[in-house]
Design a protein around this ligand. Structure first.
Ligand code: BJ8
Length: 422
């Protein structure tokens, strides 16, 4: 990575610890990603983005800030980026996918908190994330108790705004969510000094929809047999979508999809035909949480789709583009976000149906359900997902893990046994 020392110093990062973090990350990426065979040429873009993970994009954010734009950080796909863009701000999904800072996080949070929450608190307390330090506002949500209560602590360290996400999908819940979106709109307008107009909101909706469409296209192409791209690389595309510039990202991934189409027409795959195909379902996998996909793909299988917020849950639905006024458009945004089938909802029949239909559409040989340990929502819902798949005769394995590497061998044994059985 180029020299960004001055930039990191300005952001008050712990420079020594940060350097070690980048070293570890570089090695981890090299082992998990660069050892793969048959990668597409377009993947070079992803390698470049990762090699500059705390460099170029941070520099871009700082330049945008110098030009008066604000940066908004998020941890959940419920935060409507359409509004953020309409207020001339930039949204970045904050990663929260590494164990870094866990000890510090455990000084303020219970140990039995999921790794994702510990990660974002740990990154802040250990001064290791230039994205968090670049944010003018971080948006939290009340999706699960762990996050909800952690935000009460987190707000002592960062400028925070929390949106209330309903837990059911009745008319009254839709109204609640709509009022939260209007509240978010006012907060954004106050922060940025930019009025959200019909024109700016229509543009924001189009930009985010375009990015969703290119990711939908990528996922459609992954239905091909043999699998034309590894699960690891496809996951990386989804992960990078959360923080790269949306227009640039959409263009780059569109080129990658063109390349994939050629590979599919030539009947080429990244793995031989007959390689067991896996649907990975469950909690979001934020950068650099590549452990399970790596374990699966080094056990003789290939991940062909992720039923996750870093995957289909984030892209399945578009915002209707027929709104004329700001109010119409907000109604369309409300409708789109209320379709998200996060396990925070009860009942959550949609998710069971979605997992079964994805399993069929991607012709998978088995489903691996992944929950972060202590995530009550997904750990509990795994039971019903298993039942729904069992009824359809689709093999299912449920795994609960965190970001540590201690259980890799044990996971490998379980996954290998599963892959052999399917
Ligand atoms: S829409 S999945 S991104 S809430 S893993 S912190 S749920 S205890 S991340 Fe999520 Fe939004 Fe839902 Fe998606 Fe809590 Fe579970 Fe931890 Fe979680």
């Amino acid at each position: 990575m180029g020299s960004y020392k001055e930039l990191w110093e300005k952001l008050n990062l712990d420079l020594d610890a940060h350097e070690s973090l980048l070293e570890v990350l570089g090695k981890f990426y090299g082992d998990i990603y660069l050892t793969q065979q048959g990668r597409l040429r377009g993947i070079e873009y992803l390698d470049f983005v990762i090699s500059e993970i705390h460099g170029l994009r941070i520099k871009e954010l700082q330049e945008a800030k110098n030009n008066g734009r604000k940066v908004i950080g998020t941890f959940c796909i419920f935060v409507p980026e359409e509004l953020v863009l309409a207020a001339q701000a930039i949204q970045v999904g904050l990663c929260a996918g590494a164990e870094t800072g866990r000890e510090l996080a455990e000084q303020v949070l219970p140990r039995n908190t999921c790794a994702l929450i510990k990660s974002f608190v740990g990154f802040k307390l250990s001064r290791l994330c230039p994205f968090i330090e670049s944010c003018d506002l971080i948006v939290g949500e009340t999706t699960c108790d762990g996050k909800k209560k952690a935000y009460e602590i987190f707000e002592q360290y960062v400028p925070l705004f929390v949106m209330e996400v309903p837990q059911m999908k009745r008319d009254a819940d839709r109204e609640l969510w709509k009022s939260e979106i209007y509240r978010f709109k006012s907060v954004l307008e106050d922060l940025t000094g930019s009025w959200i107009t019909a024109e700016s909101l229509a543009k924001g909706i189009k930009t985010v929809n375009r990015r969703r469409r290119v990711l939908q296209r990528l996922n459609e192409l992954r239905k091909a047999v043999p699998a034309p791209i590894s699960g690891r690389d496809a996951l990386l595309v989804h992960q990078i979508s959360f923080y790269d510039d949306p227009e640039r990202f959409t263009n780059k991934i569109s080129i990658l999809c063109d390349e994939l189409e050629k590979r599919i027409s030539a009947k080429e795959g990244v793995v031989p035909e007959g390689t067991p195909r896996i649907l990975l379902s469950g909690c979001p996998m934020a950068i650099p949480n590549w452990k399970l996909p790596y374990v699966i793909e080094s056990s003789g299988a290939v991940v062909v789709v992720e039923e996750s917020c870093v995957g289909t849950r984030n892209i399945s639905h578009l915002v209707e583009e027929n709104g004329k006024s700001v109010d119409d458009m907000i109604d369309n945004i409300v409708d789109r976000y209320m379709k998200i089938d996060c396990a925070c909802f009860t009942p959550n029949r949609e998710r069971l149906n979605n997992v079964v239909s994805l399993a069929k559409a991607y012709k998978v040989d088995g489903v691996i359900h992944y929950s972060l340990t202590f995530c009550q929502l997904y750990e509990t819902e795994a039971f019903k997902i298993g039942r729904a798949l069992e009824k359809e005769g689709i093999p299912f394995l449920s795994i609960s893990t965190d970001y540590s590497m201690e259980d890799v061998e044990q996971l490998k044994n379980r996954v290998e046994a599963f892959v052999e059985m399917i």
